[in-house]
Design a protein around this ligand. Structure first.
Ligand code: SAH
Ligand code: SF4
Ligand code: F3S
Length: 443
């Protein structure tokens, strides 16, 4: 029997990408094989994101194109399924807008996809299930499977912070934390398959409270301590952390294990206390800076990436300047920054918003330039240093070059053998260009 073909597209964040991989693994267990050619697919899955309006609208226009293609080819049996945060947010309403969709499933019901597809095929009735059945999801997924020396492990689901602008608590549900042993077993299985770098995933990883076999709770610092002890794990990353629970215990871990990378992604959102309060972020700019100061006391050259929202309702020029000032004070290395997008159903959607879009766009542009300049300076300061890097594979430049990733997410090209793929090596940085680094392998 030839395998059925699955075409899957992922639209969202790393949590969403992680889920997409789980969907692929799960469908493979049910006789599907992934294809990159949508026209040969038996099942099309869109794993969607609704964090900003643009992301959500793109889903609907792309879905329309797939339906048109299906109809032109006369492929009546092609099933179209929509999962992820748009599915979760819209639920049954998706069928009003796009009645040709066969299956609507949420981030917490993706393990039910095979049964839902089967039921749709059997009955011809569209299936919708976007419920939040506690932790059930993790018990029904395929065994973790390493695809390279780097792997993601989800330690929690959902979010209970309810920042006033954000859909995530509504689309993914309240926070649920996986038990400590479940996480450690998954990391150990991946390590035994050659994984050296693990990224612990969740919306607020540092809020982690994982049940231990003795009934006590492990916090995030303790989780890191245990993960660092797993044979084969050489590098630990995590995303995303939240300033509210960035404890001194977590900061101290940076002094205790050099497996924690010299990089942290710590979203600040704004440098203005007034805006931070309206966003319901639960910290002030000073508290944020205090975390940075204490981190740098342990790791003086740690690279700090952040998320910033520009043009939150009521953001004044003064508020914006406070953000610009914070950027200089912290010296962010990278930012995921966007203009505020009004999300239906969130409290901020009811706030008065009088700043013209052009002003917001101009603010964003200047802010991104500022952070880019910091990032260039940080790259320049790496010249001559020796970096421990994870080799990803042959470089796109060819000519016997390999490419690798530094702690602070920069790609370094260096002359080396293909057998170095998936190894950790030391590379001395010899050339710094705006977009890439060149180096030489050293002992
Ligand atoms: N849990 C993480 C971030 C998750 S969402 C945190 O709290 O930091 C990823 C990023 O999307 C957020 O950090 C925020 O910067 C951005 N974002 C969320 N909702 C948004 C909205 N309505 N408009 C614009 N950006 C938004
Ligand atoms: Fe959204 Fe705030 Fe939760 Fe992050 S912490 S996912 S921004 S509600
Ligand atoms: Fe998007 Fe959902 Fe992630 S809204 S950012 S896919 S949690």
């Amino acid at each position: 029997m030839t395998a059925k073909k699955l075409y899957l597209r992922s639209f969202g964040c790393q949590m969403n990408d992680y889920d997409s991989q789980k969907i692929v693994d799960l469908m493979e267990m049910h006789g599907y094989e992934r294809t990159e050619a949508v026209e040969e697919a038996d099942l099309v899955v869109f794993n969607t994101c609704s964090i900003r309006e643009k992301a959500q609208e793109k889903v609907f226009s792309d879905l329309g194109r797939i339906r048109d293609m299906r109809d032109e080819m006369g492929k009546k049996d092609m099933v179209i399924a929509v999962g992820g945060c748009v599915a979760s947010q819209e639920g049954k309403k998706i069928l009003t807008r796009a009645p040709y969709i066969g299956v609507v499933f949420g981030p917490q019901t993706l393990h039910r996809l095979p049964a839902m597809v089967e039921k749709f095929q059997r009955t011809g009735r569209s299936q919708v299930d976007i419920s939040f059945p506690e932790i059930e999801k993790f018990d029904h997924l395929a065994e973790p499977k390493a695809t390279s020396a780097s792997a993601f492990v989800s330690i929690m689901e959902g979010c209970s912070k309810y920042c006033s602008y954000c859909v995530v608590p509504y689309t993914r549900g309240e926070e649920i934390h996986r038990p400590l042993m479940d996480v450690l077993v998954e990391v150990a299985k991946l390590a035994s398959q050659g994984v050296k770098e693990v990224t612990l995933l969740g919306q607020n990883v540092n809020a982690y409270q994982g049940k231990m076999p003795d009934g006590e709770m492990a916090d995030f610092a303790m989780l890191i301590e245990y993960v660092a002890e797993i044979d084969g794990i050489e590098r630990i990353r995590y995303t995303t952390s939240h300033p509210q629970q960035f404890t001194q215990r977590l900061i101290d871990m940076y002094g205790k294990t050099n497996k924690l990378v010299n990089h942290v992604h710590l979203p600040v959102q704004s440098g203005s206390d007034r805006v931070l309060a309206a966003m319901k972020r639960g910290y002030t700019a000073l508290e944020y800076k205090s975390i940075v100061r204490r981190l740098r006391a342990v790791r003086p050259d740690i690279s700090i990436a952040t998320d910033i929202i520009v043009g939150f309702p009521g953001e004044t020029e003064e508020d914006y300047q406070a953000t610009m000032q914070l950027i200089d004070e912290v010296g962010f290395d990278e930012s995921f920054s966007f203009v505020y997008s009004r999300r239906p159903g969130t409290p901020a959607a009811y706030l008065e918003d009088t700043t013209p879009q052009e002003v917001k766009l101009a603010r964003l542009k200047a802010l991104q330039e500022k952070i880019y300049n910091h990032s260039v300076k940080i790259s320049e300061s790496m010249l001559g240093t020796v970096q421990r890097v994870l080799v990803l594979g042959p470089s796109r430049r060819g000519r016997g070059m390999m490419m690798a990733r530094t702690d602070n997410n920069r790609i370094v090209n260096f002359v080396g053998d293909e057998s170095l793929t998936d190894q950790m090596v030391n590379v001395k940085i010899t050339v710094v260009n705006p977009h890439t680094l060149l180096g030489e392998m050293v002992a």
